[in-house]
Ligand binder design. Structure first.
Ligand SMILES: [Zn+2]
Length: 136
């Protein structure tokens, strides 16, 4: 099964996911790949919203960010860091959060929390589905 990373191919973590903008763009492309539909009213016309790569319904004005209702929903770490964790965990599901923490210089507890989301998704879906909302 494909995931958001398969279109990128093998990436060099040192250079990939350097900024949040790039990750938002990737996420928006994946999220709305089958077209935009407003979650509130079902309208399919949008304009660009308040934040980068968000979409705003032309009818009810509901503004949805690229991260809303995805696995990155209310993620507390910067999106590019979250992408790195997701990429690593997809490729090495058994990696310890201590190793992740060391590699990315992110607190171990933060890595643990986000890795848990990814692992739950992988267990449930069998692949990394960005449209899988976390339970918590
Ligand atoms: Zn709407």
């Amino acid at each position: 099964m494909s995931n958001i990373f398969s279109q990128i191919g093998n990436i060099d973590l040192e250079s990939a996911f350097q900024n949040v903008d790039q990750c938002l763009e990737l996420l928006a492309a994946e999220k709305w790949k089958d077209g935009y539909i407003c979650r509130k009213c079902g309208n399919t016309n949008y304009c660009f919203g308040k934040t980068l790569h968000s979409r705003r319904c032309t009818r009810c004005k509901h503004d949805e960010s690229a991260t809303a209702n995805t696995i990155f929903h209310r993620c507390k770490i910067p999106l590019n860091e979250a992408f790195k964790i997701a990429y690593i965990v997809c490729n090495q599901p058994d990696i310890s959060t201590y190793d992740l923490s060391r590699m990315l210089k992110i607190r171990q507890m933060t890595c643990w929390k986000f890795k848990k989301r990814i692992s739950e998704c992988l267990d449930k879906k069998g692949y990394f589905d960005v449209m899988e909302m976390p339970n918590s």
